[in-house]
Design a protein around this ligand. Structure first.
Ligand SMILES: Cc1ncc(COP(=O)(O)O)c(C=O)c1O
Length: 388
């Protein structure tokens, strides 16, 4: 959550007073947000969901991913990225990140096998993946690209908004994200058939309210519809996000500039002028130095963020792909040809990088003086830890 204020309270209050909390009605808040967000992103279609996890699942279904397919995911992401793949009946293939803590395009190229149909680059901490290289590898192998932009709301890569560079994008609007309505998300795409299927995954009855093409047959799905309360809050949040991210981006650039001569190695950024700027990352020479630095500055270590590191994805390691064994994709005959072996040391290179990467959060509400104090802390810690 970057900022929530009186405007959100007013917008939600108006929905409550109107009594119109169900999304399908003329002039509704969800419809308005979807149109505005599509324009903001530069895509044809947006559909709000109940969560980012659901946005990922709906987008994969929209892309036609299912049993018999492998989908490549990075070793560093919230476990929902891998779990969404299994939720549509497919099998995740977990690959290394590089020094940026994001998907390594070379690892992607190496990982593609005969069953690989799609890849999910994840823009962790609002940091854009190396999309130029990832898209090149994807084109070479004819892979579908779903961007997990759950942590990248409002950010862009070389001027193009995150979530719009591949065939579809998934966003989360949960409490921790750059725009929030408590819990929520969105699927975005410019592919109309992809959208129609994704919307059916989000709300099996959407065709009843929105109409459907004669060629489309609705299918069984779970409910993950957004409410007008969420729509109202998101309309306010969308007005806020550009200004907030301008502030975080400027703050990050200042921190990087003023710590450039400390000997600290900033983690590579693939689009510093357009990213979210919500985190500053440094790669320390050793794990011990990263721990000492983090203690002194009071910041986090990427490899110690629990559920974000693949070693913590228990349902995947247990091959527990569904609530009922007959529905478990890890047991499906269609998936016999897919790679279904996961070991905790399979991405040792990622663990080494993540355990040496420290993360310092920025915030638009920090004063200039507070940022100065933070920079001094970084400089002092660097000097002690690196001996510079
Ligand atoms: C990278 C990433 N993917 C997916 C999700 C899932 O989003 P949600 O928590 O809204 O289901 C998150 C949420 O934290 C995330 O950070």
């Amino acid at each position: 959550m970057l900022r929530v204020g009186q405007e959100e309270i007013k917008a939600i209050g108006e929905v409550l007073k109107s009594g119109k909390m169900f999304r399908y009605h003329p002039g509704g808040q969800c419809d308005r947000f979807e149109k505005r967000y599509a324009k903001f992103l530069g895509v044809k279609h947006v559909c709000m969901t109940a969560s980012g996890t659901n946005a990922l699942t709906a987008a994969l279904a929209g892309l036609g991913i299912g049993p018999g397919d492998e989908v490549v995911v990075p070793s560093f992401t919230y476990m929902a990225t891998a779990i969404a793949v299994v939720a549509v009946g497919a099998i995740p293939v977990i690959i290394d990140v590089d020094e940026s803590t994001l998907m390594d395009p070379n690892a992607l190229d190496d990982a593609v096998g005969p069953r690989t149909r799609a890849v999910i680059p994840v823009h962790m901490w609002g940091l854009p993946c190396d999309m130029r290289r990832i898209l090149k590898v994807a084109r070479k192998h004819q892979l579908l690209v779903l961007e997990d932009a759950c942590q990248g709301v409002g950010g862009a890569y070389e001027g193009r908004k995150l979530g719009t560079l591949g065939h579809a994008g998934a966003f989360s609007f949960n409490y921790f994200k750059n725009m929030t309505c408590g819990e929520g998300g969105a699927v975005v795409t410019s592919g109309s058939p992809v959208f129609e299927k994704a919307r059916c995954m989000i709300d099996c009855c959407s065709f009843y309210w929105k109409g459907r093409k004669a060629t489309f047959t609705p299918f069984v799905s779970n409910g993950a519809r957004a409410s007008e309360i969420e729509g109202a809050m998101m309309n306010v949040q969308l007005d806020r996000v550009p200004g907030l991210l301008r502030a975080t981006r400027a703050q990050k650039k200042r921190i990087l500039r003023e710590t450039a001569r400390t000997g600290l190695q900033a983690s590579p950024c693939h689009s510093l002028d357009h990213e979210c700027g919500t985190h500053v990352l440094y790669l320390l020479p050793t794990e011990k130095q990263a721990q000492d630095f983090a203690t002194q500055v009071g910041c986090g270590i990427a490899g110690r963020t629990g559920r974000h590191v693949y070693t913590e994805w228990d349902p995947i390691f247990a091959l527990q792909g569904a609530h009922h064994e007959a529905m478990n994709p890890f047991r499906f005959p269609e998936n016999r040809g897919c790679r279904r072996k996961y070991t905790r040391d399979m991405c040792a290179r990622s663990l080494d990088i993540l355990n040496r990467t420290v993360m310092i959060g920025t915030h638009p509400d920090r004063t200039r003086e507070e940022v100065t104090t933070r920079i001094q802390k970084i400089q002092e810690a660097a000097s002690r830890v690196l001996g510079t």
